[in-house]
Ligand binder design. Structure first.
Ligand SMILES: Cc1cc2nc3c(=O)[nH]c(=O)nc-3n(C[C@H](O)[C@H](O)[C@H](O)COP(=O)(O)OP(=O)(O)OC[C@H]3O[C@@H](n4cnc5c(N)ncnc54)[C@H](O)[C@@H]3O)c2cc1C
Length: 309
């Protein structure tokens, strides 16, 4: 299954490469770093460097798995998203730390394959950014499926054992010890803002993200940033939209385009979680809408459980 999924991803990547060629976009493979105003230094895999010049530079270096200080990712017993998509063999047991979209997606996938999965979530409910009803329903379904769900719980320490890993978990009722073949750290992302020359040009950051205006311009003229390295939801369609707004605004400012782009409304972004059942949401949750001062009417529709459980 993993081989097939990687094959599909490769195919899509080749499709994008084809589109680059078709649209006459040069792709340089290497590590890019801001060198000076209007200059990017690219180091290729052989260590050779070359400086490229451009009037406008858009940073889009994305993100990686966030690491907790007491849960360092070693790629073997404590893994991140990248390894979870590519495990060479199926673990018999897995502790998933964090129950955001990615955590519950991997938990569902591995549990369906027969892995004994335990979710450890720091917050009082799983998928904490969704409506409370959704969290309750998903927890019920996951438990029925045999997934252990621990909320109000945190992994304090992990130690390697002969067969895998032992985790010390703090719960509301005391500390317990869990053993598993592998721990998946799914506690969010960290933006790739290091070693890309932000300091060289004085590009401002805050809380690990690059600061931008609503057209994705940084505080340094000619340098822009989009996607997971800027504040806002870390989602692929958000990154794409930000890129379009950014490029159209550049063209507008250069008087090459007469339409000022509509800015992204971050309160109106759809999100999907590919568990079973799937979760879809858009806009405010009920609680957030109330907190924002809206009068809220609630409609509820029971949805039959999918046959594929
Ligand atoms: C497991 C997982 C599941 C996800 N599922 C979904 C989903 O279902 N739906 C959804 O909308 N989003 C999903 N996301 C989020 C989505 O992948 C990101 O929001 C999106 O890819 C962000 O796009 P980006 O262009 O900012 O960064 P990326 O797509 O991460 O691209 C950044 C690129 O920059 C390269 N790079 C980094 N530093 C340098 C450098 N110095 N020089 C040159 N290149 C560099 C990286 O190698 C990478 O190729 C998921 C993420 C993960 C990890």
């Amino acid at each position: 299954m993993i081989k097939r999924s990687r094959g599909a991803a490769d195919k899509m990547s080749k499709g994008v490469q084809f589109l680059m060629k078709k649209n006459k976009i040069d792709v340089l493979l290497g590590n890019g770093k801001l060198k000076a105003k209007g200059q990017v230094e690219v180091t290729d895999k052989d260590g050779k460097t070359a400086v490229h010049e451009a009037k406008h530079i858009i940073l889009a270096t994305g993100a990686r798995s966030r690491e907790l200080p007491n849960l360092k990712i070693d790629g073997k017993t404590v893994i991140g998203y990248r390894e979870a998509m590519n495990l060479p063999s199926q673990p018999k047991s897995m502790i998933v730390v964090g129950s955001g979209a990615i955590g519950v997606e991997f938990a569902y996938f591995y549990a369906t394959m027969g892995t004994k999965v335990t979710i450890v979530e720091f917050m009082p409910r799983i998928v904490p950014v969704e409506d409370e009803d959704i969290s309750k329903e998903l927890e019920k379904i996951y438990k029925k499926k045999g997934i252990d769900v621990m909320t109000n719980a945190s992994v304090e320490a992990v130690e390697a054992t002969k067969t895998g890993v032992k985790a010390k978990v703090k719960t509301a009722t005391g500390e317990i010890s869990l053993e598993a073949d592998v721990v998946l750290s799914a506690v969010g992302i960290a933006a790739n803002i290091e070693n890309i020359g932000l300091e060289t040009l004085g590009v401002k950051t805050d809380k690990g993200k690059v600061l931008v205006d609503k057209y994705y311009a940084t505080n340094v003229a000619g340098v822009y940033a989009i996607g997971d390295i800027v504040p806002g939801q870390a989602l692929a369609h958000v990154a794409s939209r930000e890129a379009i707004v950014c490029v159209e605004a550049i063209a507008y400012n250069e008087k090459k385009y007469n339409h000022k782009p509509a800015v992204v409304d971050y309160n109106n972004v759809p999100g999907c979680t590919y568990s079973t059942p799937e979760i879809a949401s858009v806009g405010y949750t009920e609680k957030a809408a109330k907190e924002a001062g809206y009068e809220v009417k609630v409609g509820k529709f029971p949805i039959p459980l999918p046959v594929r459980q």
